[in-house]
Ligand binder design. Structure first.
Ligand code: FAD
Ligand code: NAI
Length: 465
């Protein structure tokens, strides 16, 4: 095979693409991965999951020291100071270590990194930096980018998107977050903990669309208690830069009188859209759906034979672990094996404090799908470990089918919900009933006992409430 010919060429080295490339190479396929960024790892490792979690962790430590949480446990601190440069240094180090790690894995697995922007020239050929490459199979894993908001132009100084919000060199006096979704609440939490006043402007009448209704309501209460100012049912119509600050014009989403909000930084986080521009998909014969996504079947095949697509560029939740699992599955399929992703069981986590997590159907979706449901709820306040740790906020909710008792969804707010949700996902993957979870012995004292008790509550038999 010529040097410019491959069994598989993956376009994009985010969690979907780099994982697909590594697995394809492990399975003996001659594999290349095209990436136009300077470093591998895509949105997630460079400007998404990893840097945001580094700042969430560091800001949480700062808040614990600065606001007396540690002192309540007898750990007295005085003169707590923020060294934002050092904190940002920690973020950069985390990103450098992990992106470098992918480069090492590419070399180890003999994945060729084609540096540059890929565009199709035919259905079996692409151009990267002036060189033509051919492959038997292509996997499009080009990910997503920030959705712009008309009238609010991002300059990455006073008006930032998530990338700019990760790189601020000064704590804003007043940060306005447009969009009360995952990015707004995670990055809003970072800057609130470090001292900013934070206002969240959300178009809908609740935060966190897509999550269970009770979780959304409780989350709003908790965030307000933490000091967030939350303006629900409100839209931003204009942003005007004045000196170093910004004047935002807002009005009720359903129409009404406009008013202004003064602030020094604005974060635009109203969602993300698939990256397909400049790929010349028309030359490959691929059309986009009305959301700009590439449609695929359950084996990640597009309508064009030989071209597959995975991750954020395809329909479904825009999550790194969904992209990764699809990466593994598509590579296994291309190598002639069976590759499966159960899209009914993809957990999602918001890494605020407390964390918010869910898997499967919300109660609203379960009812809309025609299920008669039985739910069980257990408050973290009654969980011995959470109470001992003084982490009383939140609850676990199990949604089961009333006839079969099969678990349809699990939703929770708890300090370690992101870790606890894995158990719920695994139980659902194995087709568990609420009784299966209720009769599984859970170690004491752990936060996970709240899941067991919520499962016991489905049949009205929790012990500790
Ligand atoms: P991406 O990671 O977007 O990677 C696509 C890559 O393709 C990019 O590197 C891009 O440069 C490259 N590319 C695009 N077009 C071309 C081309 N034509 N030629 C060559 N290269 C190209 N998800 C979670 O699950 N957990 C989290 O905690 C989390 N936190 C997040 C925090 C933030 C601030 C953001 C913005 C996102 C977060 N996400 C999180 C979402 C997660 O980052 C994405 O779901 C995930 O990165 C999608 O993976 P992907 O492989 O589909 O695409
Ligand atoms: P999002 O879809 O989570 O939230 C966007 C919010 O903006 C929604 O609540 C929406 O109603 C609101 N909105 C839309 N237009 C608006 C307007 N004009 N004015 C006010 N509000 C408006 O999108 P977000 O937060 O930008 O994140 C993008 C994606 O990145 C998420 O969908 C998620 O998949 C991924 N992500 C995942 C994380 C995680 O897993 N922990 C962390 C961060 C991002």
């Amino acid at each position: 095979m010529a040097e410019t010919e491959f069994d598989v060429i993956v376009i994009g080295a985010g969690p979907g693409g780099y994982v697909a490339a590594i697995r394809a190479a492990q399975l003996g396929l001659k594999t290349a991965c095209v990436e136009s960024r300077e470093t591998l790892g895509g949105t997630c490792l460079n400007v998404g999951c990893i840097p945001s979690k580094a700042l969430l962790h560091a800001s949480e430590l700062f808040e614990e020291a600065n606001h007396g949480t540690l002192a309540k446990w007898g750990v007295k601190t005085s003169g707590v100071e923020l060294d934002l440069d050092a904190m940002q240094g920690g973020r950069k180090e985390a990103v450098k270590g992990l992106t470098g790690g992918i480069e090492f894995l590419f070399k180890k697995n003999k994945v060729i990194w084609l540096k540059g922007h890929a565009k199709f020239t035919a259905k079996d050929a692409i151009d990267v930096a002036g060189t033509a490459y051919k492959a038997k199979h292509f996997v499009i894993a080009t990910g997503s980018s920030v959705t712009p908001l008309p009238g609010v132009e991002v300059d990455q100084k006073a008006i930032v998107d998530s990338t700019g919000a990760l790189e601020l060199v000064k704590v804003p006096g007043h940060l306005v977050v447009i969009g009360g979704g995952v990015i707004g609440l995670e990055l809003g939490s970072v800057w609130r903990r470090l001292g900013a006043r934070v206002t969240v402007v959300e178009f809908l009448d609740q935060l966190l669309p897509g999550m269970d209704g009770e979780v959304r309501k409780e989350a709003a209460k908790i965030f307000k208690k933490q000091g967030f100012e939350i303006r629900l049912g409100t839209k931003v119509t204009r942003a005007e830069k004045k000196g170093k600050g910004v004047t935002l014009t807002v009005e009720p989403a359903k129409g009404g009188d406009a008013e202004t909000i003064e602030c020094d930084t604005v974060l635009v986080s109203i969602g993300r859209r698939p990256n397909t521009e400049g790929l010349d998909l028309d030359k490959a014969g691929i059309q986009l759906n009305k959301y700009g996504q590439i449609e695929v079947d359950h084996e990640f095949r597009t309508k064009v034979v030989g071209i597959h697509a995975i991750g954020d560029v395809t329909p479904g939740p825009m999550l790194a672990h969904k992209a990764e699992d699809e990466g593994i599955a598509v590579a296994e399929i291309l190598a002639g094996q069976i590759g499966i992703v159960n899209h009914e069981v993809i957990p999602s986590v918001v890494y605020t404090m407390p964390e918010i997590a869910g898997v499967g159907l919300t109660e609203e979706d379960a009812k809309a799908a025609g299920h008669e449901v039985r739910t069980g709820k257990f408050p973290m306040m009654a969980n011995s470990r959470a109470k001992t740790n003084r982490e009383p906020d939140g609850f676990v909710k199990v949604i089961a089918d009333a006839k079969s008792d099969r678990v349809l969804g699990v939703w929770m707010i708890a300090s370690v919900a992101g870790t606890m949700i894995a158990q719920a996902a695994q139980a659902m993957e194995f087709g568990a009933t609420s009784e299966d979870i209720a009769y599984t012995c859970h170690a004491h004292p752990t936060h996970s006992e709240a899941l067991k008790e919520a499962a016991m509550a489905v049949t009205g038999k929790p012990i500790h409430v």
